[in-house]
Ligand binder design. Structure first.
Ligand SMILES: Cc1cc2nc3c(=O)[nH]c(=O)nc-3n(C[C@H](O)[C@H](O)[C@H](O)COP(=O)(O)OP(=O)(O)OC[C@H]3O[C@@H](n4cnc5c(N)ncnc54)[C@H](O)[C@@H]3O)c2cc1C
Length: 475
């Protein structure tokens, strides 16, 4: 157990057991890959005292998919016995009741937390998996073909050596990232403007938002949200709902490219009068419009209202949509002016992966190469370092890292971001990682067999051979 040895060796370490790390474990259980994944030891390390939950439940917003999408992650014959206790769970029935509507993320998080606990208990009992809760990964050293993962628990440091490291510690929003992105477009904020992370604000309830923003509104300050995704529209909705009663009259959204709405089909989009590109915005596999990048459910409703009435809801807070990037409807000057005049700018421009210090064995720091929306990684989530070397054995696909579009599954050609979401973590996003980890462990087992054989041969060559009968004779 942790705390007793300075160095521990295992085949695979899952660092971070939020929806992404847990998605890989659920998927391994479903696909029968657990015996392979655990045969040289599997350790799960998470900073939380209750691993398996992550951040999802903390957000005060509606999911971007219906409840059934989350239930689908638990629906598999291999999981039936493990999840039997969920039949008596309130959280499970609450999501079942919302199978065809988008539930609150707090409900989704509660269900995933209960399901994750059942899976973790099952892994500990049946596969001798070790779960190190309240343990923080502080540093990762890449040393030839393995990773040395430094962890801290109760003030003690230890190192775990592993051949495969699945590292999904969530994401964060670095204000520098926003300032660089704006500078790339020739835009800047006033030195007096405060940049606020949407991640923090989306975790506040209405009372907390009011307490936070009332001084800004009392001083007549302007609020601008930057971004164009689901969370940008949810942010507008949360701010409008919480602050209208204390005098908020208008909000501004500065977005780089056109606001995209999701539709199940071209016919549905046309019937709604939605203008889209029939090639670039339509997924060739599913026929859906803006399948990856379009607003859905409550964010879609907010988006439609803003496009139609210029307001959050027909009689709600006014919203100015200002497109800063090229294209139809560009309003670059007005966007620049709004940013320069804003007291608070809310950063909704995606996430960067939360990473511990990463180093090579000689002490050089490792920088992972980024692309739009996440990390430059292969389909298994293996990233590249700054000089383009593949970090074999390291897998990241959670918030802030994401994965590129799989052409077999399809997406609209105009989408150039990274994909992440609970269903992906439980299915496509972790499948390639599981295969790659298993393949590396196969090689490790084969290498061990060869090394053991060599060691045995050497021992036989060095040790004088005794006939068994002579072994007891005293010379
Ligand atoms: C606002 C918002 C809304 C979203 N809505 C949806 C949605 O509706 N549907 C959907 O499918 N997806 C949604 N997502 C995307 C995604 O599913 C969630 O962000 C999800 O929480 C990501 O899971 P994760 O495991 O990557 O990160 P997290 O949930 O942040 O989990 C990270 C885990 O790593 C642990 N950890 C962190 N640091 C350390 C450390 N140093 N050492 C050890 N452990 C550590 C934490 O304790 C935690 O358990 C949303 C994302 C955001 C930001």
């Amino acid at each position: 157990m942790y705390g007793t040895q300075l160095e521990i060796v295992c085949g695979c370490l899952v660092g971070g057991a939020g929806p992404a790390g847990m998605g890989l474990l659920f998927n391994a259980l479903k696909s029968g890959a657990l015996p392979a994944l655990t045969r040289n030891g599997l350790i799960i390390v998470d900073a939380s005292p209750f691993p398996g939950t992550g951040r999802l439940a903390d957000y005060h917003l509606t999911a971007n998919s219906v409840g059934d999408v989350f239930l689908d992650c638990l629906r598999d014959p291999a999981l039936r016995d493990v999840f039997e206790p969920l039949q008596h769970s309130e959280a499970y029935w609450r999501i079942r009741d919302q199978a065809f509507i988008a539930p609150q993320l707090s409900d989704v998080g509660e269900l995933l937390a209960e399901a994750s606990k059942l899976v973790l208990d099952h892994l500990v009992k049946n596969y001798a998996v070790k779960v190190w809760s309240s343990t923080t990964i502080t540093e990762v050293v890449s040393n030839s073909d393995e990773y040395q993962v430094w962890v801290e628990h109760n003030g003690h440091s230890q190192v775990i050596r592993c051949r495969s490291l699945v590292l999904n510690l969530g994401g964060h929003q670095d204000p520098k990232h926003l300032l660089h992105a704006l500078a790339d477009q020739g835009l800047a904020l006033s030195p007096k403007t405060r940049v606020q992370s949407a991640d923090t604000l989306l975790r506040m309830d209405a009372d907390e938002l009011r307490a936070h923003f009332s001084p800004v509104l009392a001083a007549g300050g302007r609020l601008t949200v930057v971004g164009g995704s689901h969370s940008a529209f949810s942010m507008l909705e949360n701010l409008a709902k919480a602050l209208q009663c204390i005098g908020l009259e208008e909000l501004t959204l500065v977005h780089r490219s056109q606001i995209r709405l999701f539709y199940e089909s071209v016919e549905q989009a046309l019937a709604n009068g939605y203008v889209f590109d029939p090639v670039d915005d339509v997924c060739p596999v599913s026929g859906r419009v803006n399948r990856s990048g379009g607003l859905r459910y409550s964010a879609l409703e907010v988006g439609r209202n803003i496009l139609q009435y210029g307001r959050i809801s027909p009689d709600g807070v006014r919203v100015h949509l200002l497109q800063s990037g090229p294209g139809r409807g560009q309003q670059y000057e007005r966007a620049g002016q709004a940013l320069a005049e804003s007291s608070v700018v809310v950063q909704c421009t995606g996430y960067q992966p939360r990473l511990p210090a990463l180093k090579y064995a000689d002490g050089r720091p490792i920088t992972l190469r980024e692309v739009k929306g996440g990390l430059d990684s292969d389909p298994a989530g293996c990233p590249l370092d700054a000089i383009g070397q593949r970090m074999h054995g390291l897998y990241l696909f959670g918030l802030g890292s994401g994965l590129g579009i799989d052409p077999r599954l399809g997406s609209e050609p105009s989408f150039d971001g990274r994909i992440y979401g609970v269903w992906q973590f439980h299915n496509d996003a972790s499948r390639a990682a599981i295969e790659s980890v298993s393949a590396r462990l196969d090689v490790q087992v084969a290498e061990k067999v060869v090394a053991d054989r060599r060691r045995q041969q050497r021992a036989e060559e060095e040790t004088p051979f005794f006939w068994p009968a002579m072994a007891s004779i005293k010379f």
